[in-house]
Structures are given as structure tokens and as C-alpha cells.
Design a protein around this ligand. Structure first.
Ligand code: FAD
Ligand code: SIN
Length: 412
């Protein structure tokens, strides 16, 4: 009963997108520890990067990614990321993700450290919610088995090969065992390890711990990204104020009202995320304040509320009209560059164990992820996992593998 071809742990973009591809190859079980849509993905604002605009190219995207990564990206992985991006965007559009358009073409926004506008978004700043809702609807339509409130507690490895997952049923308190030929960890990041974070409660690094316990290699855990602009209001969660706000002309000012980013970088307010977050910290220390401010009061109010409806509404609900008042912000833990080490096909060092999304470390982000490259990394490398397993399913190989071992052997 509890035997599947694929067990996928997690139901953010990595889990859902992977499940839709895996469904074409075999039976799929998704285990997720909360409700299906409680994940980092749902809160993504800025969007997803891809070099699809006029005047843009994979080469430019490649250079921007390497430069943001502070010399520590894996160049081959970045090449794959930028070159496969347009096809994966087409996949998302085909699944029904309603990216915003302008004059009949997909609208592209600018974000920090991108040399040209290349960010696709949906519902203005509600990109993640649109992706999550679209893919979860597709997964239900595809009749994928989805067990909500099942917390994965152990990856079962026998003779060096993955055989399944043990999970705690949060509703009944029982532990169940699920067997499979492949396990894909799509458990997201770990922002919740920090006091101030943009991440929801589920982001507790589970996948890293599960993989580590199973004997998988973990890498780059020292690289944790702090988003420069999270709302800083007493008693209010550090709600993200998207980098796209600066892309539209927002200006950072210190507690004395002075624009300061050009003191630190010729790129000013559009310097890469690590530089901006550090500069804000210097200014906070200099002025003895626990915040700086983001100023959009000079932008047309209607444009601000239409382009950033979620941010506008959230702030207004907390008595802050951002079209008239400066937004108090401070850096907050946001994204984990490190994770379960994978090759360019999402494979770990354990046969049959794969990792996708924020839980994985493919090497594309180096020391600092370029804005909106995370959602892109998920879809590019998730697709490659399924390309890999499809190869293993080809009749000749399947026959020889099935003759003596009832599992995929995914590694060369
Ligand atoms: P998640 O979406 O976090 O999903 C993880 C899933 O795993 C969840 O369903 C969770 O419940 C489940 N899970 C975890 N542990 C277990 C367990 N033990 N057992 C069972 N299930 C488990 N990136 C961009 O590229 N562009 C953006 O605009 C952008 N904006 C962002 C805004 C915010 C506020 C945040 C927090 C992040 C943003 N990011 C953005 C980053 C991006 O959203 C995430 O990196 C990406 O969504 C991660 O997707 P994922 O599927 O790997 O993980
Ligand atoms: C944002 O909208 O600023 C978040 C983008 C990202 O994390 O890539």
C-alpha cells in the first residue's frame, strides 16, 4: 500500500513542480508537514528571473549571477541555470501561472544587481502565491497522493540505497513508513533559525538534518542571505518589502533622512543584496538606530499601490500609508545558499536520494544569491532530476537494473 516510485518531501514550488513531472513517470507521494500551501514559495514577491527580454541574454544573466555570488558560484551550474531558464518559464506558463503582462508581452521588472529588467512577476508582488496556487491545483488534478501534516523524520537507507521515508502523522501521533525507489527532498530553507526572518514557521532546515542523518553531504552552510529590507515595526512580523521596490525607484535613507547607499557602492540602492544589507547595518550602528527607511513617497501613489498591492495593503493595515510615509526597515534572515550537496542532476551522494529547491545546494548561488534566481533554480534543476530518472527508466537499463536490484541506480 505504501509503495511509490517517488516520495517527495515538501509542497512548495520544488515539491509541486517536481511531482507534476514525476507523475508522468510513475506513482508519486507528497509528504508535507503543514497544509499544502504553507511554505516559503507562497510568500515570494519579486518574481522569477529569466533572460527573455529585448537586449538581454543568457550571457548577461550568467555574468550578473557570478558577480552577485562573490566569485564562489559553480560556473557550470550557472551556465545551466541561465540557458535552461526560458524553457522552464514556458513550462510554468503552460501549467497556468498567470505572469503579469504589458502591451501583450510578459512584463519584466528590475531588481538589484541585475543589469537589465528580467524579473517576471504575477499579481504585482504576489508571484509566489500565484505559483503555489496554480501548481497545487495542478497536483490535485493530476491525482497525486498528497499527505498534509505528515512530518518526515527519517530517510530510510538500506545497503547505501534509499528505500523510503518515515513520517510522523501530526494529526494522529503515529509514525508511518513509506517505501519508494526515489526520494526527493524539497523541504526548503531555514530562516526560522534566526530571530528576525522573512520566512514562515515551516522554514526550520529539516531537509538538511534528515539528509545529514542519512549520510548525505551538506555544503556551504556558512552562506546565509539577509534580505536588506524587511519591515521593522514594533510587534509586527518582519514582512518583506520586495527588492523590486528599489527597482522601481525606492530610495534607502538613514535615521537622519539621508540617502546613503552611494557612500558604499557605485550601484547605489541597486547594489547586490549582501552589500545593501551590510551597508544598512553600518548606518544603523552609526546613527544608533535599529532601522533605516525606504522612501517611495516621490513615486506616483497609484503606481505604487498597483505594482505592490500586497506590500501596500499590509503596511496600510498597520497604519502605514507608504505613498505618504517612509517605510521603517532592517535586514532579516531570508535565504539559505547552502544545503544538501547535489550535482547538476539533483543527485546527492546517496543512490536514489535527490534534493531540489532551497534545501539543495547546486552551487549556482555561491556566497550570495542574485535576486529572483531561487524560484528559477528550483524549476531548472527539478526538471533535470526527472530527466535523470527518466533515463534510468529506459527499457534496457531498467531491465538490467531490475534483474538483481529493485531500485534505480542514479549515479554514474
Ligand atoms: P518551500 O517553498 O519553503 O517549501 C518547503 C516545503 O517543505 C513546505 O511545504 C514545508 O512544509 C515542507 N517541509 C519542510 N520540512 C518538512 C518535513 N520535515 N516533513 C515534511 N514536509 C516538510 N525567491 C525568488 O526567486 N524570487 C522571489 O521573489 C522571492 N521572494 C521571496 C520572498 C519571501 C518572503 C521569502 C521567504 C522567500 C523568497 N524567495 C524568493 C525565496 C524562494 O521563495 C524560496 O527559496 C523558494 O520558494 C523555496 O522553494 P522550496 O519549494 O524549495 O521550499
Ligand atoms: C524580493 O522580492 O525582494 C525577494 C526576491 C528574492 O528573494 O529573490
Amino acid at each position: 500500500m505504501n509503495q511509490y516510485d517517488y516520495i517527495i518531501v515538501g509542497s512548495g514550488i520544488a515539491g509541486l513542480y517536481t511531482s507534476l513531472l514525476a507523475r508522468e513517470q510513475g506513482s508519486v507521494l507528497i509528504l508535507t508537514k503543514g497544509s499544502i500551501d504553507e511554505c516559503n514559495t507562497k510568500y515570494a514577491q519579486g518574481g522569477i528571473a529569466a533572460a527573455i527580454g529585448h537586449g538581454d541574454s543568457a550571457e548577461l544573466h550568467y555574468r550578473d549571477t557570478l558577480s552577485a555570488g562573490a566569485g564562489l558560484c559553480d560556473p557550470e551550474a550557472v551556465r545551466i541555470l541561465v540557458e535552461e531558464a526560458p524553457d522552464r518559464i514556458t513550462d510554468l506558463i503552460n501549467f497556468g501561472v498567470p505572469f503579469d503582462t504589458m502591451d501583450g508581452e510578459v512584463a519584466l521588472a528590475r531588481e538589484a544587481a541585475h543589469s537589465v529588467p528580467r524579473i517576471l512577476h504575477a499579481g504585482g508582488d504576489a508571484t509566489g502565491e500565484h505559483i503555489e496556487v496554480t501548481l497545487s491545483r495542478m497536483a490535485r488534478l493530476a491525482k497525486i497522493t498528497i499527505l498534509e501534516y505528515f512530518l518526515a523524520t527519517e530517510i530510510i537507507v538500506e545497503d547505501g540505497v534509499v528505500r523510503g521515508v518515515r513520517a510522523f502523522d501530526c494529526r494522529t501521533g503515529s509514525v508511518e513508513e513509506f517505501r519508494s525507489r526515489a526520494v526527493i527532498l524539497a523541504t526548503g530553507g531555514g530562516g526560522r533559525l534566526f530571530k528576525f526572518t522573512t520566512n514562515p514557521d515551516i522554514a526550520t532546515c529539516d531537509g538538511i538534518a534528515l539528509a545529514y542523518d542519512a549520510g548525505a553531504e551538506i555544503t556551504d552552510m556558512e552562506f546565509l542571505q539577509f534580505h536588506p529590507t524587511a519591515l521593522r515595526l514594533p510587534g509586527v512580523i518582519p514582512f518583506l518589502i520586495s527588492e523590486a521596490v528599489r527597482g522601481e525607484g525606492g530610495i534607502l535613507r538613514n535615521a537622519e533622512g539621508r540617502q546613503f547607499m552611494f557612500d558604499y557602492s557605485p550601484e547605489g540602492d541597486l547594489a547586490s543584496r549582501d552589500i545593501v544589507a551590510r551597508s544598512i547595518l553600518y548606518e544603523m550602528n552609526k546613527t544608533g538606530s535599529d532601522r533605516v527607511f525606504l522612501d517611495v513617497t516621490h513615486l506616483p501613489p497609484r503606481k505604487t499601490s498597483a505594482r505592490f498591492p500586497q506590500i501596500y495593503r499590509f503596511c496600510l493595515d498597520h497604519s502605514l500609508d507608504i505613498t505618504k510615509t517612509l517605510i521603517p526597515i532592517a535586514p532579516a534572515a531570508h535565504y539559505m545558499m547552502g544545503g544538501v550537496k547535489t550535482n547538476a542532476w539533483g543527485e546527492t551522494n546517496i543512490a536514489g536520494l535527490f534534493a531540489a529547491g532551497e534545501a539543495a545546494c547546486t552551487g549556482v548561488h555561491g556566497a550570495n544569491r542574485l535576486a529572483s534566481n531561487s524560484l528559477l533554480e528550483v524549476v531548472v534543476f527539478a526538471k533535470r532530476i526527472l530527466q535523470r530518472t527518466e533515463e534510468a527508466l529506459k527499457p534496457s537499463e531498467l531491465a538490467c537494473q531490475r534483474s538483481d536490484k529493485d531500485y534505480f541506480y542514479f549515479r554514474e
